[in-house]
Design a protein around this ligand. Structure first.
Ligand code: FES
Length: 138
């Protein structure tokens, strides 16, 4: 039997989290290849449906990574994303799915190491939870 390898979707703000991911690569930091990055102009563009649809379409975990609070280039985009992530977590809990599958992180463009840590943290968490859908669900 093959070992479970989670698929994680990361919605990353162009200015901070995506730049941090880029920096992690430039620093040659090792992190799990489980993550698929979607680059956004700001996390304020993420809607709750995007987070849930990612899980429905095969992701085992999803995270949103944006600028530090108070440093969003569009002023409140990351605060809006924070509310949407919280709402998506509530919906998951109501559906009987672990809300820990969705999370939000804030970081600056200089935090390449932190980006790598976040990927590792999410990969470990989702690996423990297992896949969203098991064979009996299909
Ligand atoms: Fe980065 Fe808004 S510009 S979260």
């Amino acid at each position: 039997m093959s070992e479970f390898e989670p698929k994680i979707v990361a919605f990353c703000c162009n200015f901070c989290a995506f730049a941090a991911a880029d920096l992690a690569g430039a620093m040659r930091l090792q992190y799990s290849h489980s993550v698929r990055i979607i680059r956004l102009p700001c996390t304020g563009k993420v809607d709750t449906i995007h987070l849930l649809k990612a899980l429905e379409d095969g992701a085992d975990g999803v995270f949103v990574a944006g600028c530090l609070e108070g440093q969003c280039h569009y002023l409140e985009g990351n605060l809006r994303a924070k509310k949407r992530v919280a709402y998506a977590k509530r919906l998951l809990a109501e559906a009987g799915i672990a809300p820990e599958r969705i999370d939000m992180f804030n970081l600056s463009s200089a935090m390449g190491g932190r980006f790598a840590e976040i990927v590792e943290e999410m990969t470990e968490r989702i690996t423990k939870l297992g896949p969203v859908y098991t064979a009996k669900d299909l």
